[in-house]
Ligand binder design. Structure first.
Ligand code: GLU
Length: 485
């Protein structure tokens, strides 16, 4: 059975690149009816923070990437937080020590740094020179007697480690170039390599799908697997996500974390679709597909080898597609906090009205945060700025608005039952016949008077929401400004 894991280090927010790794793991597990495991890699005590663990968990839940084993869920191979597994790393490091596959190293950080410097200036790779590998008992006792702290290093065999990466094909590394690396630090906590290998082995991970930045770590992990007596899993290293300038995607390129995209109001399904497209597509030319479609078609071997470039326009396009088709009640509920935050509504607001407003404005938008802004004119009378006044100052505009006001004064209400304002539409049509104007020339003055903006939602959807009285008032105001000129 397929068992994959997502193993974030809680040293920062969940980045789009990492969330994409989580998504690919999740898709693979779903595709092969396996398990998706969440493991928190928090052994770097100085850089890990609990608030990041909490935020990562919340973001994954928001994206809908549920895990079958992990924090909050449990499972047979827990605990799933590395800082709660320290006893296991200690136990396995002692096993390696007993088997002479690891040894205590007494070199101090300062000594190590000095030797690295010397190697660098001699043009040699700054690898550890394995000097503590063969200490005599006397030497060891002397260090111990002097109270020198020790780390535990793994004996790296001088061989070429090769493996078949599911994305990148055959990879081979000459381990003769790698020094014996630390598996337990002098504070008795595991190194990154050791914790990953022990956990992947104990958690029976079958496929390690992770960022390409870990490719060169893989031979170290393979040697550890073998030394611990486990078969290594299969590996798939996925390319990284770059900004448009082809440097690693980061905050410099604008939003980069899932929580930031969430704050901006992208729907999770839009972000999930977009992240899947970063290096993968369902085999046809389609760019918009839902997660069930992706599950049916997903395979790691189809992930592109080349780096993916973040494309804000595409994300916005997908955002607008999903906003347009989202269930209207759900969208209304999701928009309400944004309306409140922008001060447009308070408790006791008219939900039905908000729903019609959301329906009217959503076609032109790609995220929730844009909704209140786009809808502001429904709540606040527009101020007709200089540009709008200029646009309105033609004779035809005045004729259109005068005729409109007259017709509105003769009716008792706008047809609210029709979202497209059929009564209003009829009036506009009549004015068109009377003035022989059509298209933009006919509609723009009305739009400007009602909304104060050149662009916005469908005109016939606006009027019934504003209501007859408000429409009359706004047209009167516009006429007042025009005649004052
Ligand atoms: N904790 C590592 C990271 O956040 C991932 C390690 C792995 O996937 O093997 O980069």
């Amino acid at each position: 059975m397929v068992r994959v894991r997502f193993a974030p280090s809680p040293t920062g927010l969940l980045h789009i690149g990492n969330a994409r790794t989580a998504l690919f793991n999740w898709l693979y597990a779903k595709r092969y009816k396996g398990s998706f495991i969440l493991r928190v890699e928090d052994t770097d005590v100085a850089r890990s923070e609990k608030r990041y663990t909490e935020q990562i968990i919340e973001d994954l839940r928001w994206l809908g990437l549920d895990w079958q084993e992990g924090p909050g869920v449990g499972g047979d191979y827990g605990p799933y937080i590395q800082s709660e597994r320290l006893h296991l790393y200690r136990e396995f490091s002692h096993k390696l020590l007993n088997d002479a596959k690891a040894y205590h190293c007494y070199c101090t950080p300062q000594e190590l740094e000095e030797r690295r410097q010397t190697a660098r200036s001699a043009g040699k790779p700054p690898r550890y020179d394995n000097r503590c590998r063969n200490l005599s008992d006397e030497q060891r006792n002397a260090f111990e007697g002097a109270g020198r702290p020790s780390s535990i290093r793994f004996v790296v065999s001088e061989e070429v480690v090769a493996f078949e990466d599911l994305v990148r094909g055959r990879c081979a590394f000459d381990m003769g170039l790698v020094g014996d690396f630390v598996i337990m630090k002098s504070d008795d906590t595991p190194s990154f390599h050791f914790a990953v290998a022990v956990d992947d082995a104990l958690m029976k991970i079958t496929h390690v799908i992770r960022g390409e930045d870990h490719l060169s770590n893989t031979p170290c992990h393979i040697l550890l697997f073998r030394a611990l007596g486990y078969d290594p899993p299969l590996f798939a290293h996925i390319s990284l996500t770059m900004g448009p300038d082809r440097t690693l995607l980061s905050k410099r390129h604008g939003a980069a974390s899932v929580s930031e995209y969430r704050r901006l109001g992208y729907l999770p399904e839009a972000l999930v679709n977009y992240m899947a497209l970063l290096g993968w597509c369902p085999g046809d030319k389609r760019e918009k597909f839902n997660i069930e479609d992706a599950v049916k078609k997903f395979d790691v071997k189809d992930i592109s080898k080349s780096a993916s470039i973040f494309d804000q326009q595409k994300l916005d396009w997908l955002g607008s597609q999903y906003l347009r088709e989202a269930n209207l009640d759900r969208l209304t509920d999701l928009s309400i906090p944004h309306f409140k935050q922008s001060g447009l509504i308070q408790d006791g607001f008219d939900r039905a009205k908000i729903k019609s407003i959301v329906e009217a404005v959503r076609p032109g938008l790609s995220r929730l945060l844009q909704i209140p802004d786009e809808a502001r004119f429904f709540f606040e009378e527009p101020t007709l700025d200089k540009k709008v006044t200029e646009l309105l100052s033609s004779n035809t505009a005045e004729r259109i608005l005068t005729a409109m006001l007259k017709k509105l004064q003769q009716i008792s209400g706008l047809d609210k039952s029709s979202p497209y304002g059929d009564k209003f539409r009829e009036i506009v049509k009549d004015i068109g016949v009377e003035t022989s104007l059509k298209g933009k020339a006919l509609l723009m003055p009305i739009r400007l008077a009602l909304t104060g903006k050149e662009r916005g939602p469908e005109l016939f959807a606006i009027a019934p929401i504003l209501g007859l009285e408000e429409c009359k008032k706004r047209i009167e105001n516009a006429l007042l400004i025009l005649t004052k000129k």
